[in-house]
Write a protein that binds this ligand. Structure first.
Ligand code: SAH
Ligand code: ZN
Ligand code: ZN
Ligand code: ZN
Ligand code: ZN
Length: 513
């Protein structure tokens, strides 16, 4: 099964290098000096800066928080740009036009009418992704319409709707049944009574099905998602149209209050947040959003509980570990591999070998989270956590060190465990893939353009910024390695040049409207 492995590593490289800051464009975290940020149809925009080679200061600009592709949202404004009255009015009109045609309330009214209809009149237009009431049938006569929509189908909208797979914006990858069921069982074993589902529509529906079915788990769930199609299937108290990159509720204060009430119920006891953001998304704005949700939860707490943390499951690829832990030091990464339905690379192999790079990051002590033996996990008493069978305890590192599910080997020169495909290179003085280029990429410093250092050690950059950069550079380098591993036969120089070219093209896309 070599091919999937290679594809997987290509994806790992893409997961890292496809990010905005690796294309030379980095997000500037709010709060912004000139708050509030201008609005696009997806709520407040984010401020970006191009890490420009050879120049001290670069002009910062606002762009959409949710859409990486300017085809999906073309908002662009220089930070210091004065926007004229008429242009502002045109922008506001555009933002309004982009909102869903029906209000949240209208959707609920339609849903209530729909479930009253006899089965034979319950139709769904696949082309428009709409539940149809008899009055709508005429307009959709020429479309692909399916009938006899059962109550069970209404309870599983993620199977009725097609997944929005456009990689750059929605990247809707739905949990495979066994991972989803594992999560629901886990949440109930851990005793949670409420789950705030942020970008997890399939988990949301499974929780609700269990709550109404014979299992009677009685867990409540609230879904926050940018995919407005889901509003057709839920009442106001179980779905909010939401952007997780800027904590924007599309239906304003009323929706925020739904979320607040949900988090603060029972003085905040018994609630957990589970999120599975699009993998191309930036960790920084997500972390800012999650901290805002945490703050709302904290408001509702007893004073003497102030040391407590909101329990969180953040589902994300393992190669974001250091980035996530930078923002949430109490999080650890579980070894459980999350499987997806519509993502061929993320499926379980036929042999039972797992291939998914997606993990759960959590602040719940890992020894409380039992991973299923039948899926190939065991308890490591030394690490006090469940790990995959292949992940062996290294007595030198005193930990189960593998991150990707394969058995890693200890290197005594590096004093750590490394991927099985790596060998120790005496020129580089560390382990790397066998056919790496010893000098490493020759681009020099990304900040000032000098060739004698990398941007992580640039004297022209402030210390706090450097810490961030160190991580992203490390990621980028790791990305290069993965690329080298997967583009055997292509010389390093070529890879490096195309990477630079791509990076420039992408930055160009952002800078030129
Ligand atoms: N595995 C999950 C789905 C994860 S896919 C499940 O099966 O339930 C990512 C989800 O995040 C999708 O539902 C997508 O619509 C949503 N999403 C993408 N961008 C978003 C944004 N900016 N704000 C909120 N949700 C978003
Ligand atoms: Zn239609
Ligand atoms: Zn080791
Ligand atoms: Zn080594
Ligand atoms: Zn420099």
């Amino acid at each position: 099964m070599a091919a999937p492995r290679v594809q997987l590593e290509a994806m790992e490289a893409e997961g890292i290098s496809g990010r905005r800051e690796d294309s030379g464009v980095e997000v500037v975290l709010p709060p912004y000096p000139a708050a509030p940020a201008p609005l696009c149809p997806h709520g407040p925009t984010l401020l970006f800066v191009r890490a420009n080679q050879g120049k001290e200061e670069t002009r910062r600009f606002y762009a959409c928080s949710a859409c990486r592709d300017r085809k999906d949202c073309g908002f662009f404004q220089w930070e210091d740009e004065k926007v004229s009255g008429p242009r502002l009015a045109a922008r506001e009109a555009h933002n309004r036009r982009c909102q869903p045609p029906l209000s949240r309330k209208q959707c609920v009214e339609r849903y209530l009418k729909f479930i009253e209809l006899p089965l034979s009149q319950r139709k769904f237009c696949q082309g428009c992704q709409h539940l149809l009431l008899p009055g709508d049938w005429g307009k959709h006569r020429e479309h692909q319409v399916v009938g006899d929509i059962s109550v069970t189908q209404l309870k599983r909208p993620s199977q009725l709707l097609y997944p929005l797979e456009n990689k750059k914006t929605n990247a809707q990858y739905l949990f495979a049944d066994r991972s989803c069921q594992f999560l629901v069982d886990l949440l109930s074993t851990l005793g949670f009574r409420r789950v705030l589902c942020v970008g997890t529509p399939r988990l949301h529906e499974l929780i609700r099905m269990n709550a109404s079915g014979d299992k009677k788990s009685n867990i409540k769930s609230l879904l926050l998602d940018i995919d407005f199609r889901y509003s057709q299937f839920y009442m106001e108290d179980s779905f909010c149209h939401y952007n997780m990159f800027n904590h924007h509720f599309f239906d304003g204060k009323a929706a925020l209050e739904v979320c607040r009430a949900f988090l603060q119920e029972d003085k905040g006891e018994g609630v957990i947040m589970v999120t599975d953001p699009p993998f191309g998304g930036l960790v920084e704005p997500l972390a800012v959003t999650f901290k805002k949700l945490i703050a709302i939860w904290k408001e509702g707490q007893n004073q003497d509980d102030s040391h407590k943390e909101l329990p969180i499951f953040w589902i994300f690829p393992y190669f974001f570990e250091s980035r996530i832990c930078q923002f949430f030091p109490s999080f650890c990464m579980l070894d459980y591999q999350v499987d997806y339905d519509n993502h061929i690379l993320y499926k379980h192999g036929k042999t039972g070998r797992k291939q998914s790079p997606v993990r759960i990051f959590t602040n719940i002590p890992p020894n409380k989270i039992i991973l299923p033996a039948e899926e190939g996990y065991r308890f490591c008493p030394l690490c006090q956590r469940y790990v995959s069978l292949e992940n062996q305890h290294c007595e030198h590192c005193n930990s189960c060190t593998s991150k990707d599910g394969r058995k890693w080997n200890h290197c005594f020169l590096c004093r750590k465990c490394v991927k099985p495909s790596w060998i120790h290179c005496s020129i580089c003085n560390h382990c790397a893939v066998p056919d790496h280029s010893c000098e490493g990429p020759k681009d020099g410093c990304f900040i000032c353009g000098e060739l004698d250092h990398k941007r992580t050690s640039c004297p022209n950059i402030s210390k706090s910024k450097r810490a961030n950069k160190a991580v992203s550079k490390q990621k980028q380098r790791k990305g290069n390695k993965m690329k080298m591993e997967t583009t055997k036969g292509t010389s390093m120089n070529h890879t490096s040049v195309t990477r630079q070219k791509k990076r420039r093209e992408r930055a160009h896309q952002y800078l030129c409207s």
